[in-house]
Design a protein around this ligand. Sequence first.
Ligand code: ADP
Ligand code: ASP
Ligand code: MG
Length: 815
Amino acid sequence: MIALKFGGTSVANAENINKTINIVAEKSKSKKLAVVVSAFSGVTDLLILAGKSASAKDKNYKNIVAEIEKKHKEAIDELIPLSEQSEIIDVINSNINHLKTLLDGCYLLGELSNRTADIVAGFGELLSSQIIATALKQKVSNSSFKDSRELIKTDNNFGKASVNFTETNTLINNYFKNNNQQVTIFPGFIASSADGNTTTLGRGGSDYTAAIIAAAINAEVLEIWTDVNGMFTANPKIVKQAQPIETISYQEAMELSHFGAKVLYPPTIQPVLKDNIPILIKNTFEPEANGTLISNNPSSNNNPIKGISHIDKIALLTLEGSGMVGVSGSSKRLFEVLSIENINVIFITQASSEHSICIGILNSDAENAEKAINKAFELEIAQGKIDKCIVEKDLCIVALVGESMKNHQGISGKMFSTLGKNNVNIRAIAQGASERNISVVINEKDVKKALNTLHERFFEDNTKQLNLFVMGVGNVGEKFIDQINQQKKFLKENRRINVRVIALANSRKMVFDEDAINLKDWKTALDNGETANVESFISRVKELNLRNSIFVDITANYDVAGIYDQFLSKNIAVVTCNKIACSSEFNNYKNLKDLSRKYNAPFLFETNVGAGLPIIDTLKLLIASGDKVNRINAVLSGSLNFIFNNFSESYSFHDVVKEAGVQGFTEPDPKIDLSGVDVARKILILIRESGYQMDMEEIENNCFLPDECMKTTNNDDFFASLINHEAHFNKLLIEAKEKDSRIKFVASFNNGKAAVGLQFIPKESPFYNLEGKDNIVEFYTDRYVDQPLIIKGAGAGAAVTASGIFADIVRIGNV
Ligand code: ADP
Ligand code: ASP
Ligand code: MG
């Protein structure tokens, strides 16, 4: 024989019940079956609500009952031919009338006893099982219904009764001895006490009903049919990458379900374990999928971790004080109190000093527990030997489970560092003596991030997901998005980096998609987005609280440069091509660097100097390896280089500057480039990254623009002023010719002093042949004394800047 159980979703409506019936009918061809069914999905919740409403004198219970009645009658209509309906309709009517009478009583009395609550809650299974049994008869004539209450005997602990196995096993065995049906349908969840009261086995208890029957009849296998493809490596609703576990041991499955894997009600394993009856978890909606086999001898793979589970709505209670040290019996008293109050303890840690003991319970039990504990330790509290119990709510337990964890070192280290890197604060830690699980208590708001990062770390072959929030989709931004779109697959397959763009914004619109924006059609998504608002952009990024979040600033905006601290202090990395922050006041720059270090959030700005050229990264490596930068000479303006390389008798200064703008080499405001401010910012950033403290005012700017050009306040006036002063610029050209040299805008740092300005570069200088929009930097260091370390290449342009930003993203992915 085999025992099967179909859960709430598998019997949610006529369509699903037909799927269930097909599976049962097919299996019944070769085996005798004991089939346990749950209530229709959601019905138990409705019944509990109806009971509460009635006892609270809220007439809404009547609507709830009507809704329940309707659901079941609709199912009958769809499942059973009209001519066969009368008997089952009578059964349903009589059950519904009984339910109504009970609830009317609760309403009149204004109370709901635990005993009545169990009768009410049990109606869901009674209704569903009788309808399903009648519908099944159409396909399998040799089948019948049996009320589990006649066979499963419990104590009177309503809500979660304990089974009397001796009596129950005898009753079940006798029943099957005297009945020879091919299929018997049982309602799950309900049982009865010795004095005939209906009891229930705890929420989710239909799994347990099936296990009790499976054990009694020594079934070949216990099949739990549900709405997912087995027990997953993590809750598939929260971790999209979770995978079904093929095989798992009883103990591992028990730990996973104890720590919240709802797919299996924790007590289910215990009855089948002793007879080695395997449990197979299957999906009613994908019956061909393998599912998960829980048994004594699961096949092993190399991963010591089998799964990650979690329980939310947890409260942590801490009892501490010198009065607990060396005094035997404190913990015994603590647990006794909790047991008297019927409070389930999910998690325990005790410091080895015995100074404090910390327990995890459900939020909903916290107040009762607090009161009871403070009462029990009243005397010690009054004497100041023990502090009043401390309660923290809205926490969550996350547990790593795996039998062979004990044979592997460093798992807890990996777990803690993974959480730490993502700024998930661990409130308490416990490891079972069996080393089958390590569990931590964290804040509920971090649970999604924690589960996903841990899953990534332990199950996804080290693939790292990066979640980008991009502000600025102009020239560079557009190229950047194209490049990501192009490289996404390669990065995932070859570098194990999964880059996802979660948000895009420009000055008008913004769009968020937690499941990643489709980059093929990002423009439409952005156009259809909401009105841009920096404050709400920031709060959305924080609220989403995704792992490896990166804010990408592709603007040249002053205000945007001012929000980095809000990201870094939330462990959100910042990648920027906007130079404003790093060239602002030294204290601001330092604060950002400090926040980055403190919150473990990378702050990368390679494209601040030389676009995509690896200048800052190289500098960082020099410094990290103990070198010291003594002198820097550089041509750092791609746009000025382009301008002076092209400026000639036949190509006026004004026209060249215009062209540089068209090609995207200048800042949106070209005066920033031509006035030398942009170059000054760049050398300042290099100086700071070399470890020196300096501010903008300390850089000597030998500006070559006439005053009138400098005084203009908009681009049109600025360009007009360039025409007015054509003679001034032509003079520079003549001087260069006379000196047989070329004009370059050079930045230098030497002996603690920095300057920027035009220089006439002679032929023998490496700067002389700098073509197009190229940049060049010479670093003279303790190790590069006579011959500098030179970095040279294209230093401006949308594509190279975009690839520089991309490189920073990949750097974060490689950490
Ligand atoms: P049923 O009504 O069939 O008993 P449940 O809702 O009780 O189904 O359990 C199945 C659900 O358990 C899944 O839909 C899934 O959301 C949830 N779940 C939580 N953790 C896990 C896990 N580790 N593996 C599979 N499912 C899980
Ligand atoms: N119907 C019950 C519940 O919702 C039992 C079950 O479905 O397993 O808790
Ligand atoms: Mg269930």
